[in-house]
Design a protein around this ligand. Structure first.
Ligand code: AMP
Length: 142
């Protein structure tokens, strides 16, 4: 497996070199909205530690990422009046991974509504800003 590339796009977001629609942050993780959401509120949860994917992350960091994904999922159920949550996490190109800094997708779902295809449509900035604010408030209130 290739080594971690510190110039991947999520590493740049973590360093503050690129913007994101942040919904949660602590000393070990950052969570922000996917700019091409598969459904409203689609969120990515990342460790701050430099890990390419599940194959090289330390178990302690992975545990915190999963706990944060749970926190986001519970808040998203309320914030987006969801009926369920889909969790995705891809590893290496053959596993569907496109950006090589570990991330967990948290995707709120409505009964009977299919997800958009991956990376099919960039959401409008004002919609993403409003969704991030709503989800951040629900996480804060939990
Ligand atoms: P994957 O590595 O297959 O999990 O896919 C990477 C995900 O990152 C896709 O769902 C993209 O829509 C998303 N993505 C790519 N660039 C950005 C960005 N700058 N901010 C937020 N999400 C992004």
């Amino acid at each position: 497996m290739p080594s971690y590339d510190p110039n991947n796009i999520f590493a740049k977001i973590l360093r503050g070199e690129l913007p994101c629609y942040k919904v949660y942050e602590d000393d070990k993780v950052l969570a922000f909205l996917d700019i091409m959401p598969r459904s409203p509120g689609h969120t990515l949860v990342l460790p701050k530690a430099p890990a390419r994917n599940i194959l090289d992350i330390g178990a302690d960091h992975l545990t915190h990422v999963v706990a944060t994904a749970q926190k986001v999922a519970k808040a998203a159920m309320k914030a987006f009046s969801a009926d369920g949550i889909t969790i995705h996490q891809f590893n290496e190109g053959a596993g569907g991974q496109v950006v090589f800094h570990l991330h967990v997708h948290v995707i709120p779902r409505k009964a009977g509504v299919t997800m958009k295809p991956p990376a099919s449509e960039k959401e409008k900035p004002d919609v993403l800003a409003e969704h991030a604010k709503k989800l951040a408030a629900a996480i804060e209130a939990a």
